[in-house]
Write a protein that binds this ligand. Structure first.
Ligand SMILES: [Zn+2]
Length: 143
């Protein structure tokens, strides 16, 4: 795989606007009249279900790495939970994750940690990542 290595990567405006709106709306939870413990509890349960069960278990361990097998109906449920996490669809997430593992901390790694803390945790999501054009190759088995 050859990835263009230009330092000037164009912004992904769709993602930037989505992330901005989601975080702006989340700020309303900090207004004392909007806060309640039940809502916080529901948010925690949804976080565990989407990020924990959906992304970590479904997208990552089950489908990206095929670390274990489950009945197809459970696999679909776990992947569905992952789609609710707001991290994009399974094809993009899994394709990029497989590229990340193949080129971990090298130039082709979509969230190369050698480019710094900001890039490896947030910056890579807010740009049109050069690795995006290789996603279909890495997610062919699940498409
Ligand atoms: Zn992994």
């Amino acid at each position: 795989m050859t990835v263009a290595t230009s330092e000037k990567i164009p912004p992904a405006w769709g993602t930037i606007i989505y992330m901005g709106i989601i975080h702006f709306i989340a700020l309303f939870a900090l207004i004392p009249s909007n806060f309640n413990w039940n809502a916080l509890g529901i948010a925690f349960v949804l976080y565990v279900l989407t990020a924990g069960v959906g992304i970590t278990l479904g997208f990552h361990r089950l489908v990206s790495h095929r670390s274990f097998t489950v009945p197809k109906s459970l696999e679909y449920f776990l992947v569905f939970c992952g789609t609710l996490a707001g991290q994009g669809g399974p094809l993009d997430w899994i394709g990029l994750h497989r590229i990340h593992h193949q080129y971990s901390d090298k130039q082709q790694d979509p969230h190369n940690s050698l480019k710094g803390f900001y890039w490896s945790h947030l910056g890579w999501m807010l740009c049109k990542n050069p690795a995006n054009e290789y996603i279909t190759r890495y997610s062919k088995d699940i498409s």
